[in-house]
Design a protein around this ligand. Structure first.
Ligand code: HEC
Ligand code: HEC
Ligand code: HEC
Ligand code: HEC
Ligand code: HEC
Length: 368
């Protein structure tokens, strides 16, 4: 529906007979009026959950491994609307919209089902949201408690597979964290308030000048990574030994770093460069190693969803944890040294060349 038409309807004061938003409706339609929120959402990983190359590649691999039935598993989180519409062939536009407006704003409750969470979703003309006094002529609104807290995120950010492996554990990590105890919800860090208009003022003038950021920045945001992880170098000499201590802290206080996708890694590359002699390197990986039933390590994200059976090791940084790694290098006292630690974040390493990584922080020290 074009904005002009929508405005006419609003000018009339009532929704014209026969005019209603399709159920579920495309984000484009919601964006006609909720412009600023739509802009934010378009930049989110949620909007790309289906169109992302990485996801499409992983989906193809999953299908060739287990057949087309795998779509039901993946789309539950990557395209909840396609399941609702029975559109597993992805013929409709909304099916490509990933985690879209009308999914989240049709959630009325979240229930625990075994170790997993399921959302109660009703696609009606009532949109659920965080305020008690929102009034719209385009659709009814209803206040929803789950939109104000972490529960709304749980159905997709916590997942135990059929083999009993907890593949995604972010919500559970948060539940145990100091952030949860002090009432800090996912929204506080991923949907904080920014300036913006809830609806286009041509549609309705609303007093509030702030909206919740729908971009939901996470590990793809360098700013978030730098908020989350801090590192320090302490270097001493002991006779002809150089002792390098790397302290590294997870400052989110809310979940592990890395969290989310099972194969993400935080990597520190330590470089010790003496002015005489060879440069030395050390690599430290913070990650989970996941295996199938036979104990073989799994290196592809989607296989963890389908065949992951146990965690062989987990060296990730717990919420609020500071860890110290100590290394000794035989370097004579009279030799000057440059020490550098580079922090890298690895996203979804597929076994192949598609592995993606980003260097987000460096600390260095000169030792005279
Ligand atoms: C024709 C314009 C229009 C369209 C289209 C529209 N909305 Fe709204 N919406 C409004 C107005 C006006 C309000 C009331 C805002 C207020 O009073 O704070 C509102 C309120 C809301 C609220 C309540 C916000 C709160 O603070 O609790 C939600 C949620 C919402 N809309 C979601 C959607 C979704 C999802 C879609 C698409 C399926 C959509 N809207 C389509 C105009 C529209
Ligand atoms: C105190 C702030 C804070 C809270 C509360 C918080 N997060 Fe985060 N989260 C961050 C920061 C900072 C990052 C970026 C660093 C990282 O990737 O670990 C992040 C990263 C993420 C990522 C990206 C992981 C990846 O591998 O790409 C996801 C997903 C995520 N958070 C989900 C959640 C969910 C779901 C909740 C609530 C259950 C939550 N977060 C609560 C601060 C927070
Ligand atoms: C992943 C779920 C999710 C998606 C996708 C999503 N929203 Fe929201 N939305 C929320 C939550 C949660 C809040 C409440 C945040 C809070 O109050 O802490 C919210 C708040 C709102 C509000 C109230 C104003 C505000 O900023 O708090 C409106 C209106 C709204 N969303 C519309 C939309 C539209 C339009 C889209 C698509 C362009 C969209 N939402 C996509 C979860 C979502
Ligand atoms: C319907 C399922 C669903 C719901 C509900 C949901 N998410 Fe997500 N979320 C996803 C999927 C799928 C991705 C990964 C998309 C991709 O990268 O392909 C994701 C990615 C993210 C990321 C990673 C962004 C990055 O930079 O890597 C963050 C942060 C996040 N979600 C936060 C939240 C928060 C906070 C909530 C609750 C307000 C929430 N999500 C609700 C499915 C969901
Ligand atoms: C229970 C919900 C859920 C299911 C089921 C699920 N995913 Fe995801 N997926 C997520 C979330 C949440 C993220 C983002 C986590 C993060 O940012 O760390 C994600 C991230 C991904 C990514 C990384 C995307 C990127 O841009 O980094 C790929 C690839 C992926 N999923 C593929 C799949 C495939 C293939 C399936 C089916 C076998 C599947 N997923 C099933 C929730 C789910």
């Amino acid at each position: 529906m074009a904005l002009k038409a929508v405005c006419l309807l609003l000018a009339a004061g009532v929704a014209a007979p026969g005019w209603e938003l399709p159920r579920p409706a495309s984000a484009e339609l919601c964006g006609d009026c909720h412009r600023a929120i739509h802009e934010g959402w378009k930049r989110s990983a949620h909007a790309r959950a289906m169109t992302s190359r990485l996801f499409q590649d992983a989906l193809k691999m999953a299908e060739s491994d287990v057949g087309p039935s795998v779509r039901r598993i993946c789309f539950a989180c990557h395209s909840p609307m396609s399941l609702k519409l029975g559109d597993l062939e992805l013929r409709q536009k909304v099916s490509w919209e990933g985690v879209s407006c009308d999914y989240c704003h049709s959630v009325n409750a979240v229930r625990k089902q075994g170790a997993n969470f399921v959302a109660v979703v009703n696609y009606t003309d009532t949109k659920s949201g965080p305020s008690r006094d929102a009034v719209s002529t385009a659709h009814r609104t209803t206040y929803s408690e789950v939109h104000r807290n972490s529960e709304i995120c749980a159905p997709c950010h916590q997942y135990r597979n059929k083999l009993g492996l907890d593949v995604l554990t972010t919500y559970g990590e948060w539940l145990e964290s100091s952030a949860a105890k002090s009432g800090r919800q996912c929204q506080n860090c991923h949907m904080y308030q920014v300036r913006g208009k809830v609806v286009d003022p041509r549609v309705k003038r609303v007093k509030a000048t702030e909206i919740n950021l729908h971009e939901m920045p996470g590990a793809h945001s360098l700013a978030q990574l730098n908020k989350a992880v801090r590192a320090w170098l302490d270097v001493e000499r002991e006779d002809d030994q150089l002792i390098v201590k790397l302290r590294i802290a997870n400052r989110t206080g809310a979940h592990f770093v890395p969290t989310g996708s099972p194969l993400r890694q935080l990597i520190v590359e330590l470089k010790v460069n003496p002015y005489e002699g060879e440069t030395r390197f050390e690599t430290i990986r913070y990650r989970r190693v996941v295996a199938d039933r036979q104990g073989n390590e799994i290196r592809r994200e989607h296989i963890v969803f389908l065949r992951g059976a146990r965690v062989l090791s987990d060296t990730r940084l717990a919420p609020s944890e500071t860890r110290t790694e100590t290394f000794r290098f035989p370097i004579p006292r009279n030799v000057k040294v440059d020490v550098e630690a580079a922090l890298w974040y690895y996203y979804s390493p597929l076994e192949t060349a598609e592995a993606r990584k980003v260097k987000f922080h460096t600390v260095s020290k000169f030792i005279p």
